[in-house]
Design a protein around this ligand. Sequence first.
Ligand SMILES: [Zn+2]
Ligand SMILES: [Zn+2]
Length: 90
Amino acid sequence: MGVATVYRNIKSMVEEAILQEVRLPGENPRFEIAGHKHHHHFQCTKCQRVFDVHACPGNMSRLAPSGFTVENHDLTLYGRCKDCAAMVAT
Ligand SMILES: [Zn+2]
Ligand SMILES: [Zn+2]
């Protein structure tokens, strides 16, 4: 399979909502299997790996200007993953 074919397959899976596109600023889009619950991501600033964060601060409507309606939010935490934090400590 050529790269173009793979890309087309990914694209059609995204359209069928099997895969979900995850865009992080300054990163190539990533894809993950859609359907798991609303969650967030943690990106390690050292190894650049992205982890799922299964926690949510909840409704952020109060952060929006008055009169605006929040429909969704996207949240990415940045820092050191467990492995990289351990490397710094030693
Ligand atoms: Zn790391
Ligand atoms: Zn959330």
